[in-house]
Ligand binder design. Structure first.
Ligand SMILES: [Zn+2]
Length: 381
């Protein structure tokens, strides 16, 4: 375990940085601050073998080093009411985009092997998609019951960064959470604590069906590259909010239109359905825009009635509005009507232009006649 812990601290905290270690039991919280990571390992080891400890965590983001003096390189057992732990205001910079993928199960129990495997598979699926957006490799870890993906970021700890991290997690959850595996959307606050890899996760009793497992880093790139703000924004843009959808062209704004009925009436398979941005998000069974992939397509009806459809893959426009196209695929009459209408509009425009030219010609001829009143008189019988 010693080796696993050391690797985790080196990877997650970075050499010499101050981190808080927090240890949770049924009744108590133990906590200390460490800049000496050898001292951290020595303090954590005996607690990790203590059966009353459910989990051992560390702060993920950069902590104000002044906090070291609260409990310097030692763990204080059973914090009292006056003992503080790290708050959001104590974070100097954001270092990680933390993605926590957990199998759904009753509360207070460890995951089964099957559930654990589902979370691993889901993490692979998420990482593949994110890699397709051009992100560098993350740290992948087994949290004991589920899976973690940690992408290196470097953002100030301000409102904009909090909103961006929150939006990333919301987007990932909307695309990937299903009835068996959940992508946690709550890990956006700056002072979030995270499983200290190398320690055991103990939820409920240790049974053969639902065993305790030791958390560990599964893979990590040699050099962690930082994900840029633009990349994070690109991820978020794959799934528009109600406000963003309004700004895109050809968004239906008919309150009477019912997307749920439309999808079922036209036999469009829905994999899952969930509340999203004041409306409902439907993850479609099959991408209607491309035969190169199955997953990725979605349709949303927002609270104001607006309908949006798209696909999260770049090759399918990566979150651009394709509702009209989807609708016409299943309502060919509508497509024909629209083309007819467009043709007519073109015709009208042509007619209008011709009419305009005729009026102009008439006008010129009239002016010409007025200039030559004599001729006009002669011509009169
Ligand atoms: Zn697609």
């Amino acid at each position: 375990m010693d080796g696993l812990l050391r690797e985790a601290i080196a990877r997650i905290a970075g050499p010499g940085n101050v981190v808080e270690v927090r240890v949770l039991t049924d009744q108590f919280t133990h906590s200390g601050y460490f800049s000496d990571h050898d001292a951290l390992v020595r303090s954590v080891e005996p607690l990790d073998t203590d059966g009353s400890v459910h989990g051992i965590y560390i702060t993920l983001n950069e902590v104000n080093p002044a906090l070291l003096s609260r409990r310097a390189n030692r763990i204080k057992m059973r914090l009292g009411k006056k003992d503080s732990t790290t708050s959001d205001a104590d974070i100097l910079r954001r270092r990680w985009l933390p993605i926590d993928i957990d199998p759904l199960r009753p509360s207070g129990v460890s995951s089964t092997e099957e559930e654990h495997g589902l979370a691993l598979a889901k993490a692979d699926e998420i990482a593949r998609w994110i890699a397709g957006l051009g992100f560098p490799d993350p740290v992948r870890a087994d949290s004991g019951n589920g899976t973690h993906l940690l992408y290196r970021i470097d953002l100030p700890n301000d409102e904009a960064a909090t909103a961006l991290v929150k939006a990333c997690l919301t987007t990932l959850s909307a695309f990937f959470s299903d009835e068996r595996v959940n992508v946690d959307t709550a890990n956006f606050n700056a002072a979030r604590i995270w499983k200290l890899y190398g320690t055991v996760s103990r939820k409920g009793d240790n049974t053969p069906e639902r065993p305790y497992r030791r958390s560990r880093i599964l893979s990590a790139p040699e050099v962690l590259e930082v994900v840029s703000v633009e990349m994070l924004r690109d991820l978020v843009a794959r799934l528009p909010t109600e406000q963003q959808a309004q700004q895109q062209p050809s968004t239906t704004k008919d309150k009477r239109f019912d997307l749920h009925h439309w999808l079922s009436d036209h036999g469009v398979g829905v994999r899952s359905e969930k509340p999203y941005s004041g409306g409902t998000l439907y993850i479609l069974d099959q991408c209607p825009f491309s035969s190169a992939h199955k997953d990725g397509a979605f349709a949303i009806q927002f609270g104001n009635g607006a309908v949006f459809a798209g696909c999260k893959h770049t090759s399918c426009g990566g979150g651009t509005q394709r509702w009209q196209e989807l609708r016409e695929q299943f309502e060919p009459d509508r497509a024909a009507k629209r083309k007819d209408w467009e043709q007519k509009q073109k015709g009208y425009r042509k007619d209008r232009a011709t009419a305009h030219r005729l009026v102009l010609l008439q006008h010129l001829q009239d002016r010409e006649r007025l200039r030559q009143p004599g001729q006009e008189l002669h011509r009169a019988p």
